[in-house]
Design a binder for this molecule. Structure first.
Ligand SMILES: [Zn+2]
Length: 115
């Protein structure tokens, strides 16, 4: 590790698929506003089963207008799950992620940064 390098700014389009996005950022805001780390994400078409590092499993719908999608885009959260142990670098990366209407990746397969 080369010390304190600033995380690269990332841009995503506002209408990016929620499931693609959380697959990328591996973070999930719970209903109570706690940010969890995602351990497993299993996609089943329009929804996914998500398992967090603190072993909670739930279903997420691939909706761009859902509460979770809005919270992620606005980067709203009240706290970070202690059990999940989300590392600081991940939160930093999240904090420099931007959601723009006309600029950024949709995380489609032909996009460069879609792994
Ligand atoms: Zn958690």
């Amino acid at each position: 590790m080369s010390g304190k390098k600033k995380p690269q700014k990332r841009f995503y389009k506002k209408r990016v698929d929620l499931l693609r996005l959380i697959d990328k950022i591996k973070l999930w805001p719970s209903r109570k506003g706690i940010l969890h780390g995602i351990r497993i994400i299993e996609k089943h078409g329009d929804y996914a089963t998500i398992t967090t590092h603190c072993n909670r499993t739930f279903i997420a719908n691939n909706s761009r207008t859902s509460r979770a999608a809005r919270w992620i885009r606005n980067k709203w959260f009240f706290g970070v799950c202690k059990e999940c142990g989300v590392p600081d670098w991940k939160l930093e990366k999240y904090s420099v992620t931007h959601f723009k209407r006309h600029h950024g990746s949709l995380l489609l397969r032909h996009d460069k940064d879609y792994k």
